[in-house]
Design a protein around this ligand. Sequence first.
Ligand code: NDP
Length: 294
Amino acid sequence: MGKMDAKIKRQKGVLMPHVVNGNSLADSILEKAKGQIASFSRPPCLAIVMVGNNPASQVYVRRKEEACKKVGIKTKNIHLPSSATEGEVMEQILALNSDSSVDAILVQLPLPPHIDEERVLCQISPKKDVDGFHPENFGRAALGTGQLLPCTPKGVLHILKESKIGLAGKHAVIVGRSRIVGKPLAFLLLNEDCTVTICHSKTKNLKEVARQADILCVAVGKPRTITAEMVKEGAAVIDIGINREGEKLVGDVDFEGVKGKASIITPVPGGVGPMTVAMLIENTLLCYKLQGGK
Ligand code: NDP
């Protein structure tokens, strides 16, 4: 760690390592979940619906299955061909909704373009909606009364809370307004009393807005969207992006350039990604309880 980093750490009283170790944070959540599941009357069951063979989705599904196995959650895989119709996907969801052996349902996104994702997500029973994407859960998350919060924003919030930087009154700038990351994250941070600004592709002067952030969260899907001159000294920088560059995975933030300015920063890989999976495990346990599981 450079001299300046150490100074930032002292000034902010940050207890977390400067470069957030998402793997170790996630491991402690998985350990806790494993302990809870050991006392359950039966193992929780997560159904994973995947349509087609998107290679990135296959990797994500494998990671989720591995985490489930580690903690003692059963998985039920429904793999449909990319030619499956929307009606066929809906049928599967309805069957899983009424299957009492299934506690939680995850539909791996993206779905093939001929299937309306919104309609499919609305079909999942809100109490089995492990990703928190159903409008009922989304609405509750916005109101601050939700239990099933979307996994990635929930993981980001967990990282920020663990970092002890304090959220109330902080200016959080979120770059990206997607349904699964940017928008719900804005609500979660607003409900933590942050002052929230949301940026998107039509935002003018992204640099000027980003520079005002005490907390800068980036979910765009383009490498180096955020460079050092766009970051205020001492800001907490949360990089949610996952981009493939050749053999390497990189985020949306120019990590090497920004890390000297940030009070905390999440690496890619090894930052928000593992926390998303850990939150999926937490949400599966919540779904189990919502099904009446003891
Ligand atoms: P989307 O493509 O759905 O949304 C991207 C957002 O970025 C949009 O709101 C878009 O604006 C905005 N945007 C695009 N270009 C710019 C720009 N130049 N300046 C400012 N805003 C811009 O992506 P997702 O939210 O689904 O994912 C974002 C990234 O996060 C991806 O890399 C994805 O892989 C990753 N991700 C990581 C997860 C994890 O677990 N770590 C989980 C989910 C996603 P507009 O709305 O105007 O089009």
